[in-house]
Design a protein around this ligand. Structure first.
Ligand SMILES: [Zn+2]
Length: 458
């Protein structure tokens, strides 16, 4: 079955056909390393990791090139370093290290290349020079600006009117701009901020040009997939397209644009500006990375994801069930792990991970009921193969369930607390504990003689 992806550029689902099946190329806008990444940032990491794994599965591991950049020069970085009283380099190194630990805990594969903006100043300057030479950019008062009127296609990608674009870009209209929509490619740096020598004096690049230059260096002028969060469509991706196509004489830039929806928390988009941010690190102190990953894949990537405890409890419960079934057939060595068609069909339909998980549960149900050894082997092989593309079920079941054993101890503690509350006639607290456990899929049964037993809802 062909792979279908929703393409933001055409606003419809399209069959994915790579330019060169032996070199499938994907660029995803990465992290700006100034603060610990939050669960909103985790979503594209997980979504595009699944797409990367799926592409590797289809075209072969050595035939997929995934580039995810690190933005290590940015005004937000400069401001955060100043506020922390640490050097810019210390801040970006420390944040990048923590970022890599978080991404690994979410079981994301390392991209083929992870370029850093500060290591691509040469190509950035070169691209700006090309844009100036072709009259798509101009120099004014120490800045180089992209001229939006020079590109008749500007605005088509995001489908915004000119007024919306100007308002959306939140440009403070500097007097040196020829048009209020023009955006910065290069700006001057005072001595206390990072800067590089350029034909326009000592300065630093704007954010948008970084991605255009890095994708050009690592993937070429035209490549297959460009990904990122919905919030990047305008202005970031609109500007990337303008810069790259104009610098490359009108050659197409990325052919398929894939955007993930937001993560919400408490009914609002999770964002630093809203103040409802939960960092990946905070979540990892509560649940294993595999649970966080599974929880996120319970929603389709184009739907908003509401981060709730109920979700993570469901995810943990599901993974426990999968690992328990795998432990029961642990001594059966599958000769070959064959990818289940049902799971593959779901993923090929625009990465329909909720449907893929439903299909995976059907295989689990069949495995739990299977009696025939050969059938058990086949189903175990299917679960493990699907796990390699979804990015879970790869741990030793015993190790995983030992972690779940800690959970059993925790459940016992909660049951004791509930019994104590009942003795004190604090029924509100007793009910709260019962509800908390019920949300996690743990059902209580009060037995005669004051004993309480628990079981998992299946
Ligand atoms: Zn970008």
């Amino acid at each position: 079955m062909p792979l279908a992806l929703h393409n933001t550029a055409t606003r419809r689902k399209e069959i994915f056909e790579p330019i060169d099946p032996t070199n499938v190329r994907m660029y995803v806008c990465g992290s700006t390393v100034y603060a610990p990444p939050h669960m909103g940032n985790a979503r594209p990491l997980i979504v595009f990791d699944v797409l990367f794994r799926l592409l590797r599965h289809r075209y072969g591991e050595r035939h997929v090139r995934y580039v995810r950049n690190i933005t290590d020069i940015d005004d937000k970085i400069n401001a955060a370093a100043k506020a922390n009283g640490e050097s810019i380099r210390d801040l970006t190194e420390r944040t990048a290290r923590a970022f890599h630990e978080d991404v690994a805990a979410l079981n994301c594969l390392t991209p083929t290349v992870e370029p850093r903006a500060t290591e691509h100043i040469g190509p950035i300057i070169k691209m700006i020079e090309t844009l100036i030479a072709s009259h798509h950019a101009y120099f004014a008062e120490g800045h180089v600006l992209f001229s939006v009127v020079s590109d008749p296609d500007y605005g088509k990608f995001s489908g915004r009117s000119r007024d919306e674009m100007i308002a959306g870009a939140r440009v403070d209209v500097a007097p040196y701009k020829r048009d209020p929509g023009d955006f910065v490619l290069w700006k001057p740096s005072p001595p206390d901020l990072p800067g590089w020598d350029s034909p326009w004096g000592r300065g630093r690049p704007g954010w948008h040009i970084e991605c255009s230059a890095m994708s050009e260096v690592h993937l070429g002028d035209t490549f297959d997939i460009h990904g990122g969060g919905l919030d990047l469509i305008f202005p970031h991706h609109e500007n990337e397209i303008a810069q790259s196509t104009c610098a490359h004489g009108g050659k197409p830039f990325a052919r398929y644009w894939v955007h993930n929806a937001f993560v919400e928390f408490g009914g609002e988009k999770m964002a630093k500006s809203v103040g409802n941010v939960r960092t990946i690190r905070e979540v990892l102190t509560e649940v294993p990375g595999e649970v966080a990953r599974y929880a996120m894949l319970m929603s389709h990537y184009r739907d908003p994801f509401d981060w709730t405890e109920e979700r993570t409890a469901q995810a943990r419960h599901a993974l426990d069930r999968f690992y328990r079934a795998l432990r029961d057939v642990e001594d059966f060595t599958a000769p070959e792990n064959v990818f289940p068609v049902t799971v593959m069909q779901a993923l090929e339909d625009d990465l329909n991970t909720p449907l893929a998980l439903t299909a995976l549960h059907a295989i689990l149900g069949a495995l739990n009921q299977a009696i025939d050894r050969h059938e058990k082997l086949r189903l175990k092989g299917q679960l493990l193969a699907a796990g390699t593309v979804l990015g879970f079920l790869q741990q030793d079941p015993e190790t995983w369930l030992k972690g779940a054993g800690d959970e059993a101890a925790e459940i016992e503690t909660l049951i004791q607390q509930r019994l104590a509350a009942r003795k004190d006639k604090n029924f509100t607290e007793a009910d709260r504990i019962r509800t908390e456990l019920a949300i996690r899929g743990i059902l209580l049964e009060d037995k005669p003689g004051g004993k309480t037993e628990w079981r998992r809802a299946v």
